[in-house]
Design a protein around this ligand. Structure first.
Ligand code: BEZ
Length: 213
């Protein structure tokens, strides 16, 4: 078991999946990534989650994000369950599901929380950037399906910080004003933020979202 913290390199692994053997780092290439676990195949909440993720593919592609799911069931079980997901969620699963029967990846990423369930993975989420650095970790209980709109919102925020030197304030949504990161000096502001800015306080400087027309 290892603790994975923000800023750490996402540990590499090789694993069986529904799309063949995956070397995680090679599979990521220069994309961002989401690695997310669910408790088990043929469970109701997981069925809705994986169907939802399949429907969001265009949103993930737009953000250069590859998605991979994981549970401790085998490849054949995953393939059989995918038929149910496609049928009941009216979609086509379009991302790999890792078959972590020996719990190698689950252990590496600390996805089994024994005081919750000592065999099955909880609902972990890891967002990884194009440099293989872990940018977000979230853990949900088995009984709560994840909010994938929130995941997209956080990825948008992370990418704004990485590529545009802005952070995002409380309850920010796409299109709202952003916060200029403290590392940007007042001398740099006009060249970096041609749309202008408002200085509410010297440490609180707002600018229109930079990557929108
Ligand atoms: C599930 O659907 O995965 C689930 C639902 C309730 C409790 C635990 C798991």
């Amino acid at each position: 078991m290892s603790t994975i913290r923000l800023g750490d390199e996402a540990p590499n692994f090789t694993a069986q999946s529904t799309e063949g053997n995956i070397n995680f780092h090679n599979w990521l290439g220069d994309s961002w990534g989401i690695l997310f676990s669910h408790p088990a195949d043929y469970t109701p909440v997981c069925t809705t989650e994986l169907g939802t993720v399949a429907k969001y593919k265009a949103e993930f592609d737009k953000r250069n994000v590859k998605v991979v799911a994981l549970s401790v069931d085998g490849v054949q079980s995953h393939h059989d369950w995918i038929k149910d997901i496609n049928e009941t969620q009216d979609t086509t699963v379009n991302f790999p599901i890792i078959a972590d029967e020996d719990r190698k990846v689950a252990t590496l990423y600390d996805m089994i929380h024994p005081n919750s369930d000592n065999k099955l993975t909880v609902r972990s989420v890891f967002v990884i950037d194009a440099n293989k650095k872990v940018k977000l970790t979230i853990t949900y209980p088995a009984s709560t399906g994840r909010n994938f709109d929130e995941l997209l919102r956080v990825i948008d925020s992370l990418q704004l910080t990485t590529y545009h030197k802005v952070a995002t304030p409380a309850n920010w949504n796409n299109g709202d004003d952003c916060v200029i990161v403290p590392a940007v000096t007042n001398e740099e502001i006009s060249s970096l933020f041609p749309k202008g800015h408002t200085e509410v306080k010297p440490y609180l400087r707002l600018t229109p979202q930079p990557n929108l027309n």
